[in-house]
Design a protein around this ligand. Structure first.
Ligand code: FAD
Length: 442
């Protein structure tokens, strides 16, 4: 069916979100240019040994390394849940590929390249082309300024879809006294391998999936690893089961000039390194919306359903803002929704209604005591959110097996962080998933 309106759309970023945007926009009949600053598609999944010269990423003039992957990283979701619904992430058993259910990062990169090639997306990508400014001109068109091989250019588009990722700009913990503390600090964005931690006493801050993986990995070489987190109590003074040199600690109270780190109730240790596994900030350095879209304490807003700023919809949209989700299948839905709205096939509520919805959402977060910085954390309702968008698009709702496997994996990861990638009890669901996938691709 030809689209009601075909638009000329700029997609910023050629990671998983940008690839999905290009796929769905083009399928809808729009013309698409993907701007990608690197020389390959894949975004965060393009692993590099390079790190940034400022290890905690506070210097705004530092050269940016996009990827935050460490060498040993394996997915924290099983492939059947993680993959796009339209293009399942099934194992390819050739010598070059990694067939594990929770594969290494290279396998995800290969999968994204396969996706791009399957749908002819690479031809839409302008590689090594960094977008430096996006703004709305007087005529209502969106102007994109970009640089390619030292040449700066501008081009006008009907719409812009922002897919620049949100795992590159480090968020670091505020530690009283740290400016005078003589040790070394690093953010997990710049963590690659454990060797630099050999024989060191490390205080690792955080409790996310990366914090869990990295703490165990450095424990194999470090002298001591102290995992500090708001969720740890002061009482636990025993080592972590299975480790002679890892302790769970409450959050740091201060870092001191004499090289020590203080915890509550007067407990102190002498430490060499603070490793911040404290997450990332949303960052859109190129985007100029004259103050309409802001990032306030990691709330990107106002965004209707985490995608459209009401007063700029549908001409400006964001893919991939939510976290604590299975990203790829959600990207697919958000992109299908954006593509259908741009063509006029799917309609959006009025600006006023969208704004009211956003405000009601913010009010509900506040009433439940959810901090602003958790605005885009969809723990507990990602599938409800996905199904709402699926309904807008006329797509089937999330498969039951996907929800159940996601849930089972979260429980396993928490209960058995060391071996949840090797042992599981959801064989029956995996069988169902593969039956479903086989039916879909036959
Ligand atoms: P990205 O992959 O970051 O892509 C953004 C792209 O935009 C990049 O290619 C970048 O070069 C480009 N770009 C940025 N700015 C510009 C600009 N100004 N001009 C031009 N191009 C630009 N997800 C899972 O599903 N499973 C996992 O196991 C998993 N593990 C993870 C582990 C870690 C350590 C991290 C950090 C994330 C993990 N994720 C995982 C989440 C992961 O981020 C998503 O899977 C997904 O790849 C994000 O895709 P994206 O396209 O939104 O962003």
């Amino acid at each position: 069916m030809p689209p009601i309106t075909a638009c000329n759309v700029a997609v910023i970023g050629g990671g998983a979100a940008g690839l999905a945007a290009a796929r769905h926009l083009r399928r809808e009949g729009h013309s698409v240019v993907v701007f990608e600053k690197e020389s390959e598609v894949g975004g965060i999944w393009v692993y590099t040994n390079n790190t940034e010269p400022d290890p905690i990423g506070v210097d705004p003039t530092r050269p940016i390394v996009h990827s935050s992957l460490y060498a040993s990283l394996r997915t924290n979701l099983p492939r059947e849940v993680m993959g796009f619904r339209e293009y399942p992430f099934t194992a390819k058993k050739t010598g070059q590929r990694d067939p594990r259910r929770f594969p290494g990062h290279k396998e995800v990169f290969e999968y994204l390249k396969d996706y791009a090639s399957e749908f002819g997306i690479s031809e839409l990508v302008r590689f090594e082309t960094e977008v430096s400014r996006v703004w709305r001109s007087g005529s209502g068109k969106w102007e994109v300024r970009f640089r390619n091989r030292n040449e700066e250019k501008e081009e006008g588009f009907d719409a812009v879809v922002v897919c620049n990722g949100h795992y590159t700009e480090p968020r670091i913990a505020h530690i009283p006294g740290v400016d005078w503390w003589p040790g070394k600090q690093i953010h997990s964005h710049n963590y690659r391998v454990p060797e630099p931690f050999e024989n060191k006493t490390v205080v690792l801050i955080g409790s996310s999936a990366s914090a869990v993986d990295i703490s165990r990995e450095i424990a194999s070489v470090a002298k001591e690893v102290h995992i500090a987190s708001w969720s740890n109590s002061n009482e636990e003074n025993a080592t972590l089961p299975g480790y002679h040199n890892v302790w769970l600690r409450p959050m740091i109270e201060s870092a001191n000039e004499d090289g020590t780190i203080s915890f509550p109730q007067g407990f102190k240790i002498s430490a060499d390194i603070i490793l911040h596994c404290t997450g990332y900030k949303y960052h859109f350095p190129f985007l100029d919306t004259e103050g309409i879209v802001t990032v306030d304490d990691n709330r990107v807003g106002p965004l209707y359903k985490h995608v459209f700023p009401p007063s700029l919809a549908p001409w400006l949209s964001f893919v991939g803002v939510p976290w604590k989700v299975a990203p790829f299948p959600q990207f697919e839905l958000q992109c299908e929704w954006i593509a259908g709205i741009l063509s006029g096939r799917i309609s959006l509520p009025s600006e006023k209604e969208m704004m009211k919805d956003v405000e009601a959402f913010y009010d509900s977060l506040q009433a439940s005591g959810v901090p602003k910085r958790y605005t885009h954390n969809l723990t507990g309702y990602q599938f409800e959110y996905n199904d709402w968008i699926a309904t807008q698009c006329g797509f089937p709702k999330t498969e039951e097996w996907r929800k159940k496997i996601y849930h089972a994996t979260s429980l396993n990861r928490k209960a058995r962080p060391e071996n949840y990638r090797e042992e599981w009890e959801d064989e029956d669901l995996v069988l169902q998933a593969y039956k479903d996938i086989a039916r879909q691709i036959s």
